[in-house]
Design a protein around this ligand. Structure first.
Ligand SMILES: Cc1cc2nc3c(=O)[nH]c(=O)nc-3n(C[C@H](O)[C@H](O)[C@H](O)COP(=O)(O)O)c2cc1C
Length: 175
């Protein structure tokens, strides 16, 4: 079956559903990828219509939090409502904790978080309505009950399949 519409990207899912904190706003983001492990660089793709786009342009830093399946409601809310119209942190009674290396706080109770500083704006690239940001990972933390060099088999992190559908990792296959 040829995929003729704009849903081709779902062939590259599932992808981890992250919660991106910029300033004190939270949005859901699945289009993140590591770029270089030693240089500690990652990339995110951000739609220019998001409030978070404006905030990143101003703040130049963000935190990528990795929620567990218990936070599905928060993930859906933060991915379907804009910080322009609602204070998501207050509405969802989300508890924030102070940043370690940066000013931006992170979400309490997440499985992991990465504190990131956006790299030089000359590196940002716009394609259509999305901007790709490259960012340096200044600090990374993970819950050791869920992560030990890799995510553990029982780590119930949320993977976005597409539309309203999510899944969690099930069993490991060892190569
Ligand atoms: C599961 C999921 C994944 C998403 N991934 C992205 C993404 O990678 N990039 C993006 O720009 N928007 C993504 N979105 C859409 C934003 O989260 C959404 O537009 C949000 O309302 C933006 O909030 P803001 O206006 O407060 O920044 C995603 C939404 C969902 C539900």
């Amino acid at each position: 079956m040829e995929i003729k519409n704009d849903l081709w990207y779902r062939l590259l899912h599932p992808k981890i559903a992250c919660l991106l904190v910029v300033d004190t706003n939270i949005m859901t983001l699945a289009w993140a990828m590591p770029v270089d492990d030693e240089a500690k660089v990652l990339a995110i793709s951000m739609w220019k219509g998001n409030y978070s786009y404006e905030l990143i342009e101003r703040r130049k830093e963000f935190v990528l939090c990795i929620p567990t399946a218990e936070m599905l409601r928060e993930v859906w809310f933060c991915g379907t409502r804009s910080g322009r119209e609602v204070n998501k942190v207050e509405e969802l009674s989300i508890q924030m904790e102070n940043g370690v290396k940066i000013k931006t706080p992170h979400i309490k109770g997440c499985a992991a978080f990465l504190e990131c500083r956006v790299m030089d704006s000359a590196l940002h690239k716009q394609f259509g309505e999305h901007v790709v940001y490259f960012a340096e990972v200044l600090y990374a933390w993970a819950d050791d009950k869920l992560f030990d060099r890799t995510w553990k088999e029982n780590a119930n992190i949320l993977l976005h399949v597409g539309s309203r559908f999510f899944t969690t990792p099930s069993r490991f296959l060892r190569a």
